[in-house]
Design a protein around this ligand. Structure first.
Ligand code: FPP
Length: 248
């Protein structure tokens, strides 16, 4: 059974295509990233407008450190500038900003801004905006496994207590429902080591639109497609329909 009005409770996005957007205009890649930063504003405003309570954006993968030094440097400057200029407005809009991923390689100025933004307490945020920075899905799983192993070693956990729930609770984003909808712009159809654990039953939606060209119409199309999907979570269509009727 599809739900024409169903809204994702959590949207996860790979923002791809900044470089190609710049190339189309014969401009350096950093211009594409700057335009990409404006599209971040577009999607945040959209989530607030539509009442989507959680948005997770893949801002910088663990593999992105291997990009040319000047591009990494330009991205770092852009992140810092965004943190300096956006946090106040996000807070005013009741957006709680936080980060997942290994931030140890980020410059201290950025790490300090990240910590300061995360420390802002909003009693009932309208939107939880998580930026995945220095993030890798495999590393996330490995680090959760390591933490559980440490608890076993310390004697506070028995190996037989390690199950999906225990691992899930130890991973990033444990406090949020898993993403209902994943969007990737830029035409590639892959997950690229994003939220590997969390995307198990997420609906995937891909578009050729380059990230800086994102607008409300693209997001409306994604949400309309999502609302028409039947989510079965491994069950049969009949089981899902019966459960939906019972829940009424
Ligand atoms: C992918 O495009 C984008 C990135 C690696 C960086 C994402 C950064 C932004 C959207 C701007 C800043 C955002 C925040 C949240 C501070 P690509 O460079 O891989 O594009 P291409 O595939 O066309 O080369």
């Amino acid at each position: 059974m599809s739900h024409p009005t169903a809204l994702p409770r959590h949207l996860a996005v790979i923002m791809d295509g900044n470089g190609r957007w710049a190339k189309q205009r014969h401009r350096p890649r950093v211009i594409g990233h700057r335009a990409g930063a404006r599209a971040v504003r577009t999607i945040v405003e959209y989530c607030l407008k539509r009442g989507i309570p959680a948005l997770t954006l893949f801002a910088f993968s663990s593999e992105n450190w291997n990009r040319p030094e000047d591009e990494v440097g330009a991205l770092m400057r852009l992140f810092l500038r965004m943190l300096e200029s956006e946090v106040e407005e996000l807070t005013r809009q009741q957006v709680h900003l936080r980060f997942i991923g290994d931030r140890s390689r980020f410059p201290e100025a950025i790490r300090a801004r990240m910590a300061a933004a995360e420390a802002i307490h909003l009693p009932s945020p309208k939107l939880t905006l998580t930026l995945a920075a220095g993030y890798g899905g495999r590393a996330d799983i490995a680090s959760a496994a390591r933490r559980l192993a440490e608890r076993v070693q310390a004697g506070t956990l028995r190996p037989e207590q390690i199950d999906e729930a225990a691992l899930g609770e130890t991973m990033s984003l444990a406090d949020l429902p898993p993403p209902d909808l994943f969007i990737r712009t830029g035409g590639e159809q892959r997950i690229s080591n994003f939220l590997l654990w969390h995307l198990a039953y997420t609906e995937l939606w891909f578009t050729d639109v380059l990230w800086p060209d994102l607008d409300d119409a693209v997001l409306e199309a994604a949400l309309a497609d999502f609302a028409g999907r039947e989510r079965r979570f491994g069950l049969t269509s009949e089981q899902v329909n019966d459960a939906a009727l019972e829940a009424r």
